[in-house]
Design a protein around this ligand. Structure first.
Ligand code: CA
Length: 222
């Protein structure tokens, strides 16, 4: 089941940096560009988690946090450019669950979101993603092919997860570098080919297609 995430952030560039990887990671993302819009959207929909900027037009993040807490215990992560201790404590006073200091690495944001959702989620049902013979469990970080466990490295696992969650979509080597390695990683595209090659060898399946001149994908099931 897709988790709904609301991003309340006035800077378009940061909104994009957050929303794209979260969408690729399988979340349903909604964005708001100021505090008032954020509150309005929040009131009209159910969300599983909120990423909330502090410095916002119309209503600031702290006030938004307070207003949301009057009616909901939804997990809130504050995004703050202010990294002094006082500001962080003030954030927690307003009952946020976590905070992330800008500039942040998107990998860190994804990990924090995942961890917070796991902590607050009441359903502990298996999170297995199934595709033909493959079963990938995110919480156990385990992949089986026809019931046999495949020993994947961290990066191989992340690549497979991304491809399985976005079946049908072609990822360029550059996309994979950004999404799996982190946008601040100065990696090279040959590295990506190498990991894909190992992944194919270990899984012994032919679903990871090369789209010539573009990148890789796992096709949607027919
Ligand atoms: Ca801001």
């Amino acid at each position: 089941m897709d988790k709904n995430i609301l991003i309340i952030e006035d800077e378009a560039a940061i909104q994009k940096i957050l929303s794209e990887p979260l969408t690729f990671a399988g979340y349903k993302v909604t964005t708001a560009s100021d505090g008032l819009e954020g509150i309005n959207i929040f009131c009209g929909q159910e969300f599983d988690l909120i990423l909330l900027d502090i410095m916002l037009p119309k209503i600031d993040g702290y006030t938004v946090c307070e207003m949301i807490r009057q009616k909901s215990q939804v997990p809130i992560i504050l995004l703050t450019a202010l990294d002094t201790e006082d500001d962080q404590i003030k954030g927690f006073d307003k009952l946020a669950d976590d905070y992330i200091t800008k500039p942040f690495s998107i990998k860190l944001v994804l990990k924090r979101v995942e961890a917070l959702l796991r902590r607050t989620s009441s359903d502990t049902v298996s999170d297995c993603i199934r595709y033909k013979e493959i079963c990938l469990s995110e919480t156990e970080r385990k992949v089986t092919v026809s019931g046999n466990e495949a020993a994947l490295t961290h990066l191989e696992f992340e690549i497979l997860l991304l491809l399985l969650k976005n079946r049908g979509r072609v990822f360029t080597r550059d996309d994979l570098l950004n999404l799996v390695w982190g946008y601040d990683f100065a990696g090279d595209e040959k590295g990506v080919n190498f990991h894909i090659m190992n992944l194919r060898k270990k899984l012994k399946v032919d679903y990871i297609e090369t789209v010539r001149g573009v990148g890789y994908r796992i096709a949607k099931e027919n």
